[in-house]
Design a protein around this ligand. Structure first.
Ligand code: ZN
Length: 270
């Protein structure tokens, strides 16, 4: 699925997804087109539409927030005409994408390897906009967002979980670090949070705080149960956390026990 949706005079949402049987998207992955750049590039399952878009659009550069397939998977149709930028430690992943479990090949698609990827600068400008590249670790260790201080815009990638109640984690996620990042975002001067799945959020503080509060509440209870000597499966049971029907299909990429383990043992600071 593919939709182009202007948000204001300067920002256009490029929405990509795979359709469910009822025609609705499983989940949108949103790239943002501002001036002649893109922030992320959508998912590989929308490559045909992205290719048509790339042929007409003026895209000089794609700035990738982190190496998950729904964010960089569309880059291959923009390169080599557009320069692809990513965080230095992640460049190799974009050049050699891991083979995804079948479930994620269905949901997002398998990315095509990129030949040239440049190191992200610490800031860049697009027309009158000045973007600062800011680290947003937690969901992914090297994830970045792009902040425009005059507009008070933050392109936040996956820094803020989509569900209000997050209790599933990927193996690479550090949940205390994710909370720490969200606490920093709450303190920042942000008017619009451009989330990569939800789209623009115009009351970001409230949106972020609800997610912080839920996770910290779970953490407090998980730590108490852990102190009482309960195992992780028992803690999960006591907290009443149950996964959606498809969790088994993710081949352990989405897990509740990763989430609990991270809450108990990961630290926000090394
Ligand atoms: Zn991600």
């Amino acid at each position: 699925m593919f939709e182009v949706e202007p948000y204001n005079d300067d920002v256009t949402l490029i929405k990509t997804a795979t359709a469910m049987e009822d025609g609705n998207p499983i989940m949108w992955a949103i790239a943002y087109h501002i001036g002649n750049i893109l922030i992320d590039a959508g998912c590989p399952n929308a490559l045909d539409d992205l290719e048509k878009y790339a042929a007409k659009a003026d895209v000089k550069a794609v700035y990738v927030t982190h190496p998950h397939e729904d964010h960089y998977g569309g880059c291959s149709v923009f390169a080599p005409r557009s320069t692809i930028y990513a965080c230095e430690p992640d460049i190799n992943i974009l050049k050699n994408p891991p083979t995804l479990p079948e479930f994620f090949q269905f949901v997002w698609g398998q990315p095509t390897p990129l030949v040239d990827v440049e190191k992200l600068p610490s800031e860049f400008s697009v027309g009158n906009f000045e973007f600062e590249v800011i680290p947003l670790p937690g969901h992914w260790q090297h994830m970045v967002g792009f902040y425009e201080p005059n507009q008070k815009w933050l392109f936040s990638a996956d820094a803020v979980p989509l569900p209000t109640r997050k209790f599933i984690a990927m193996p690479e996620e550090n949940i205390p670090l994710m909370v720490n990042t969200m606490q920093k975002l709450v303190e920042m001067d942000i008017e619009i949070l451009f989330d990569a799945h939800k789209g623009p959020v115009t009351s970001p503080r409230q949106h972020i705080q609800a997610r912080i509060d839920y996770i910290l509440g779970l953490q407090e209870r998980a730590l108490e149960l852990h102190d009482e000597g309960l195992s992780i499966p028992k803690i999960q049971e006591a907290l009443g956390l149950e996964g959606p029907w498809y969790i088994g299909l993710t081949e352990y990429r989405f897990r509740i026990d990763h989430f609990i383990r991270s809450l108990l043992f990961d630290k926000a600071e090394k």
